[in-house]
Design a protein around this ligand. Structure first.
Ligand SMILES: [Zn+2]
Length: 451
């Protein structure tokens, strides 16, 4: 979520800003706010590109005689002779003109570059785009600055009038490059036009080309309607079973949708083979027919994914509103214990048969675990925001333990769905029993308190 505002102007305060040294090693200072803004944009972009050049790219190895591609190797985007990755402070010392860029701006490149890189790779995979490259100044100037509320705070917003405000970015000249007779600290005040109150935010994105600024907001906390405590079990039949005996099911793709997806996937593989035979490795990207197949595939898959995500958002919102404590089991342990066991081969003693469904089950499991981590992350965000408590407990034996007497036995599971304790005879739905165990483990962990 973000709030976009228009930049009305910039003002410089404090010391002259050190921009680096010219070709005769004379230091350059400026009090021109526009100049400082461009310098901040250049610094952010350079640091971004320094990080980007470490990313790998596949490059063809060509046979010298025939010119044919014999192999593909991975090399960094910046070429084989690039320097090893630098820290922010190394970047400052190796590049004098970057020495004075505030660290809140240099540091933000780390996460932004990472996010954009993986988003770009995903785009490449789904729509056939290119490997993400470097940022060019011709594509627009801008930078991102973390909000830092400390004493020498950075990117802090102040309301100055009914419809106007100011974002202050502060910096300090390097000790060696303080202009004689001046102090080291400087500030740039970015005047913005606001139409609604600025909510709490984590960073500001300055788009200097289009003279706009966007605040990246933290989500608003969800008001809580209840103070319940609930344990959730990841079921086989139902996505979630709560300790209150409620089942929650994530919408699954219909049979027809799955059939269509499989059909499209095969069709595209066929088209890829045909195109590759005709025009080589990249020919498929030019094919109109393949493009059509791909876009139908993406539309359908997108619909399935959005339906799931919508369910995740609604379910986690409801859970965060109604409960002050939610207990979940740890993902990894259970995912591993659910792996189908290879059975011994009757014809070859000592050998094991691997289930034919294993590979597919592995795939399904990885998709499900993606949904599960998304659900867990969204629940964590929402519970954190409204002061609730999400407790993660170890998952071992939650499904074999009797909630009434605590007896642990494999035989307690009557069937996949039913639980019947062999010691005390307690009967329940197997998933609900597990959810109750998860809740009591969580309450033990927090000492019975909810905070
Ligand atoms: Zn029992």
């Amino acid at each position: 979520m973000s709030q976009k505002v228009r930049i009305d102007g910039v003002r410089h305060d404090g010391a002259s800003v050190f921009l680096g040294v010219d070709h005769c090693d004379n230091p350059c200072w400026t009090r021109n706010p526009e100049r400082v803004m461009v310098w901040l944009c250049d610094g952010w972009r350079s640091r971004f590109n320094q990080r980007r050049e470490q990313r790998p790219r596949s490059t063809p190895v060509k046979d010298d005689a025939t010119g044919e591609i014999t192999d593909w190797i991975e090399e960094p985007l910046g070429g084989l002779n690039i320097l090893p990755p630098m820290s922010d402070s190394q970047a400052r010392t190796s590049c004098l003109w970057m020495a004075g860029i505030p660290s809140a701006i240099l540091a933000s490149t780390n996460r932004i570059e990472n996010t954009e890189w993986f988003a770009g790779l995903k785009r490449k995979k789904t729509t056939g785009g290119r490997v993400p490259g470097f940022k060019s100044r011709h594509r627009g100037l801008g930078f991102v600055c973390w909000r830092n509320a400390s004493k020498t705070g950075n990117a802090l917003f102040h309301q100055t009038g009914r419809k106007s405000g100011v974002v202050v970015i502060t910096g300090m000249n390097p000790t060696r490059w303080v202009k004689p007779g001046e102090k080291a600290h400087w500030g740039i005040a970015i005047h913005v036009r606001v139409s609604q109150p600025i909510r709490p935010y984590t960073s500001v994105h300055v788009d200097w080309t289009h003279k706009s600024l966007a605040f990246t907001n933290m989500p608003l906390p969800l008001p809580r309607t209840g103070n319940d405590e609930v344990g959730l079990d990841r079921g086989c039949v139902h996505t979630l079973a709560s300790s209150d005996g409620i089942f929650m099911d994530m919408p699954k793709p219909s049979k027809a949708e799955l059939k269509r997806l499989k059909h499209l996937q095969r069709k595209m593989a066929r088209q890829d083979r045909a195109n590759e035979a005709k025009g080589g490795r990249t020919a498929k990207l030019a094919s109109k027919r393949r493009q059509r197949t791909l876009s139908e595939f993406n539309t359908l898959q997108g619909r399935i994914v959005r339906r799931k995500n919508d369910w995740i958002e609604k379910t986690t919102t409801r859970l965060a509103r109604e409960n002050i404590l939610v207990a979940l089991e740890d993902l990894d342990v259970k995912a591993m214990t659910r792996r189908p066991k290879p059975r011994p081969d009757p014809d070859n003693p000592g050998q094991y048969l691997h289930n034919g469904a294993k590979a597919k089950a592995g795939l399904d499991r990885s998709i499900l675990s993606n949904d599960w981590s998304r659900l867990r992350k969204r629940l964590q965000d929402k519970m954190d925001a409204n002061g609730g408590n999400l407790v993660i407990v170890p998952a071992a034996y939650t499904s074999q333990t009797c909630h009434k007497c605590g007896h642990v036995a494999k035989e307690n599971r009557d069937s996949q769905a039913a639980f019947k304790c062999v010691k005390c005879g307690y009967r329940a739905n197997a998933d609900v029993n597990a959810a109750e165990n998860i809740l009591s483990r969580a309450l033990n962990k927090t000492g019975g308190g909810t905070a």
